[in-house]
Design a protein around this ligand. Sequence first.
Ligand SMILES: [Zn+2]
Length: 311
Amino acid sequence: MKFGSPASWARLATGLCLALTAAACGSSAESGGETTASRAPQPPVAQQPAVLPGRAAEQEDSAQRSGVHRLLTERQQAELAQAWGLPSLPLAAPPAPARKVALSAGPHVTLAGDDLPALVRRVPTDDRVVFLTVDDGKEKDPRFNRMMRELGLPFSAFVSGYLARSDYGYFRDLNAQGVRVNNHTVNHKDLRKLNYAQQQAEICGQQDELEREIGVRPVLFRPPYGEYTTDTLRAARSCGITAVPMWNEEAFPDRMEYRQLDRRLHPGDIILTHFRGTEDWSGSMTDMARQVLRTVTEQGFALARLDDYLG
Ligand SMILES: [Zn+2]
């Protein structure tokens, strides 16, 4: 490995982090308890990595674990940020909660029926975190994956089969780097116009497709256009969906759009964006990521992994 360039340091950091336990890298640890009193975003000394719990455990090495926090000097951090066009490294999220959050009905959570999946526009948490969710799957930009991996930033994908199918390998790679690949239906139809059986085919068919192509059967589902009926929730429940995350903000390469009038992020907000590129946008997915990271960091938030809080 050639040392000295930000990219090489980033590769080293990523490689080391991936080789560590999830807890050592400050990421989701199913068995790890929430022990710290402070859950404010941490200074960017060691960034949270993408999560690979199974593989990480196999490759655990205590010597590497103790070294990762000292890995990057301030100068190297600055170089890494600069390499990705950022003024500074994003804030690292606090440890993931030991348990998924309990959901009760409120202004940002809708419970349409007793055991139906909850609709969530904002995750109830006091952590200074927000969640990035990337939908559809038309653009498959490996540079975006690399940026998020090198910066140790989590996000969640919501994939529609008819768009992903041209290259499921891209989403398998995402899954391998710790990004949960969730359900966004087979054909991205307006579900309000479909009957129950058709909706079930759209949602449960995508569960089957994700299981076949990627080996995952997610518990999070987002309906296309955010449109749904009670049948949608019943159909989703029938094939294992437990929560339906909506969004409060939408990110583009050149702007953020807010659904709330105060035009601010709030703890637990869900940011929507898309796997799109210059065919549809005025910039690339990495431009979009810079827009998100600038906004999130300026407002004192860190990106955390939605799947660690919800499901
Ligand atoms: Zn969509």
